[in-house]
Design a protein around this ligand. Structure first.
Ligand code: KG4
Ligand code: ZN
Length: 354
């Protein structure tokens, strides 16, 4: 089985072609970073126009690559998948329209993929990982703890009541005068800093449940900066290290609670998977790996390329869904919001994010 996947829900235009034997015949990602850099964040309108400008050529390149690699043509492809949400709606529409057009023109199945499901199943593109497993999804748009029971079957045990963790990294970086995206820059700076110098709060730590919060930590960082005044720049590395340590502590605490709940629910530990752009953070990986080991879980973090937004995970989710006959109609409407677990209670005090 071969599926072509398209990802356009945020600021990466991506196209990949995957097989059910876990081969990637093509895996292209075009970052719009430079388009958004002047604004210090992603501008939805700019993103949608850039997707529109680059997607057709990227699809063509992906098909050329797959042909050069294994001789396959568009006619050999069994399904066309695109992220159908959640995400910036202008971009999602561009990807969905392209996938629908290709599917209609060639009479192939169309698969609308939930972007969160693509992240959730990405670990199964690496290896034949059995269900159920525990997933910590940490990206610029999401911060969730999910029990993954099967394709389309998720229990959301925790989500953020304010900012996503990547968003918190990006905002902290902005305060520290670093560029966008902030996570990698904070990590680089933190390597030279003392994480114990500033005692920043660990939001939600020790509280019941598995929800997250990062706005208090952000405010504490601003106060620390204000207090330092003109000495702030000299203390930047220590601030970055202290911030990163606080985030890692908070995420590890919540994940530990979810591991306990997992064992209560399923009777035994299995695997802890971490995915999303923030999973690229080495300090966080080390902390989570230790917590997993202490709780009897295997730890699995897909390579960074599969953690940040990409189309390989969309193509793979398409393979999983097509294999189960979960095909979508051409009347599918792109969804700006699309929770993986519609039955999950909203986080206490939750703002707009679900
Ligand atoms: O998954 P992703 O590529 O896009 C979204 O779906 O959001 O995640 C991007 C986020 C950004 O907020 C970025 O600052 C963060 O992941 N990030 C990191 C690191 N690399 C990327 N955060 C902390 N440490 C990193 N090394
Ligand atoms: Zn993502």
């Amino acid at each position: 089985m071969i599926v072509l996947g398209i990802e356009t829900s945020c600021d990466e235009t991506a196209v990949a072609i995957a097989t059910d034997r876990r081969e990637l015949l093509s895996d292209l990602v075009l970052s719009q970073m430079d388009d958004h850099k002047p604004y210090g964040g992603i501008v939805p309108e700019v993103a949608a126009r850039a997707h529109l400008a680059h997607l057709p050529d990227l699809v063509r390149r992906a098909l050329d690559e797959a042909k050069a690699k294994s001789g396959i043509e568009l006619s050999d492809i069994d399904g066309i998948a695109a992220t159908g949400g959640p995400g910036l709606i202008g971009g999602v529409m561009v990807g969905v329209m392209m996938a629908k057009a290709m599917a209609a023109a060639r009479g192939k199945p169309f698969l609308a993929i939930n972007h969160l499901e693509a992240h959730a199943l990405s670990a199964r593109l690496i290896e034949d990982l059995p269900f159920p497993y525990l997933l910590l999804l940490v990206s610029g748009g999401h911060c969730q703890l999910l029990a993954v029971d099967g394709v389309g079957r998720y229990r959301r045990w925790g989500t953020t009541i304010d900012d996503a963790v990547g968003e918190a990294f990006d905002k902290a970086a902005k305060m520290l005068g670093l560029g966008y995206p902030g996570g990698p820059q904070i990590e680089r700076l933190a390597a030279e800093g003392n994480p114990a110098r500033f005692n920043l709060p660990r939001p939600m730590m020790g509280r019941p449940g598995c929800d997250f919060s990062f706005s208090g930590l952000k405010t504490a960082l601003r106060h620390a900066l204000n207090k330092l005044g003109s000495d702030a720049m000299a203390a930047r590395a220590d601030l970055a290290a202290s911030f990163q340590a606080a985030v890692a502590d908070a995420l590890t605490d919540r994940t530990r609670r979810a591991m306990t709940r997992f064992v209560d629910t399923y009777g035994q530990p299995t695997t802890l998977v971490v995915a999303g752009g923030v999973a690229a953070n080495t300090h966080l990986r080390t902390r989570l790996q230790a917590a997993a080991a202490a709780n009897g879980f295997r730890f699995l973090a897909p390579p960074a390329r599969l953690c940040t937004d990409n189309a390989a995970m969309v193509a793979w989710a398409g393979i999983e869904r097509l294999g189960l006959g979960l095909i979508d109609g051409l009347d599918f409407a792109p969804r700006p919001r699309w929770p993986l677990d519609p039955d999950a209670p909203p986080a206490i005090g939750a703002g707009v994010k679900a």
